[in-house]
Design a protein around this ligand. Structure first.
Ligand code: GCO
Ligand code: MN
Ligand code: MN
Length: 388
């Protein structure tokens, strides 16, 4: 058995808001006493995390005075230095305050839009001060319950203006910082603009500085909508845009459950880990999830340890899958190529097109061939169930 101890090279991070979640939900009061940011850093160090991420107001209350801010930042920096934890990512809370009830960058009120920009500039400064290299934008309130209230075209345009403004702000400050846009289809709004990672990837190409902007896909956000998360991640990777990733789990079609990574759909989690490891993704493995509401802080530690341990077990399973001779033989057979199509391969030429048109295919044989995907999938399940 391998060692499943989390190490810095695994890049496991958690948000202050994740292990610090006190279990409030729309139907019930908190079930855990709040921890201070310093206590959360200590908890994360105890379970073996590499980094801690935060929203501006996870660290500094929205009404803090400058003196209070300075004290909180100093205490937090000391906790980081004492534990060795780092801050790879930061973000802005643009959803809790009632000012953002109709969105931040997409609000109909120009004062709210300007306030959102100001709040984000301050939060970027804070993130950079603490070492963040990735800045996440999750527009939880950037949406609508009724399209009577706002044209989606206005929303797209306002969002673009905000991103362009903030990219230029970062360039102007000389910060070494990239943006990662996080999509979600709904919750807390009835509908959220740029609902999926695919929407975000298309939107990014319309910005003034697309090279600075990538995505932060989240497992639960695509699965809520019944989508295949891995396919969105692969598209982001292919586009060179996988700047960050939010790992958690979710039953398809439910509310945003934020379950422990790998706890609901182990097979999807396996193919996701296998993909990230196979392609050599170097970014944070950020667990944007929280413990069940049934838990005390010992349970929160079980939750956090479980996220990392499951990731490492699945990483080991992925290596086993890649090394399994029977699986590899099936893959070789699936991808068999007898060279028949070599004359037409690659980029178009008129000669290739003519040769392709003249070629006679054995269509019946193509359709008759069994692909053995049942066998392959069963072998995958047996790797996962630990019987191979
Ligand atoms: C959610 C989101 C958030 C964001 C966070 C960082 O569904 O609430 O996933 O947790 O990831 O705001 O931007
Ligand atoms: Mn989420
Ligand atoms: Mn998230």
């Amino acid at each position: 058995m391998t060692d499943y101890t989390p190490k810095p090279e695994h890049r496991f991070t958690f948000g202050l808001w994740t292990v610090g979640n006190v279990g409030r939900d729309p139907f019930g009061e908190p079930v855990r006493e709040p921890l201070s940011p310093v206590e959360i850093v200590q908890l994360l160090a105890e379970v073996g995390a590499y980094g801690v991420n935060f929203h501006d107001n996870d660290l500094i209350p929205i009404d803090a005075t400058p003196a209070e801010r300075d004290k909180i930042v100093a205490d937090f920096k000391k906790a980081l230095a004492d534990t060795g934890l780092v801050v790879p990512m930061a973000t802005t809370n643009l959803f809790t305050d009632p000012a953002f009830k109709d969105g931040a960058f997409t609000s109909n009120d120009p004062k709210v839009r300007a306030y959102a920009l100001q709040k984000t500039m301050n939060a970027i400064d804070l993130g950079v001060e603490l070492g963040a290299k990735v800045y996440v934008f999750w527009g939880g309130r950037e949406g609508a319950e009724t399209d009577a209230a706002k044209s989606p075209l206005d929303a797209i345009q306002r969002n673009r203006e905000a991103m362009n403004f903030l990219c230029d702000y970062v360039i102007d400050q000389g910060y070494d910082l990239k943006f990662a846009l996080e999509a979600k289809p709904n919750e807390p709004r009835g509908h959220i603009y740029n609902a999926t990672t695919g929407h975000m990837l298309a939107f990014i190409e319309t910005l003034d500085h697309p090279e600075m902007v990538g995505v932060n896909p989240e497992v639960a956000h695509e699965q809520m909508a019944g989508l295949n998360f891995l396919h969105g991640v692969a598209q982001a990777w292919d586009a060179g845009k996988l700047f960050h990733i939010d790992l958690n789990d979710q039953v398809i079609g439910r509310y945003d459950q934020d379950f422990r990574f790998g706890s609901a759909d182990i097979k999807s989690a396996f193919f996701l880990v296998k993909f990230l490891e196979d392609v050599g993704y170097q970014g944070s493995r950020h667990f944007d999830a929280h413990a069940y509401r049934t838990e005390d802080y010992e349970g929160v530690k079980d939750f956090a340890r479980g996220c990392m341990r499951t990731y490492l077990i699945l990483k080991e399973k992925a290596a086993q899958w890649n090394a399994d001779p029977e699986i590899q033989a099936l893959l070789a057979e699936i991808n068999r190529d007898d060279g028949e199509t070599d004359p037409f391969k690659g980029a178009y030429t008129a000669a290739k097109a003519a040769a392709l048109r003249a070629h006679r295919f054995d269509r019946k044989a193509l359709g008759a061939r069994g692909l053995a995907y049942e066998r392959l999938d069963q072998l995958t399940i047996e790797v996962l169930l630990g019987v191979r």
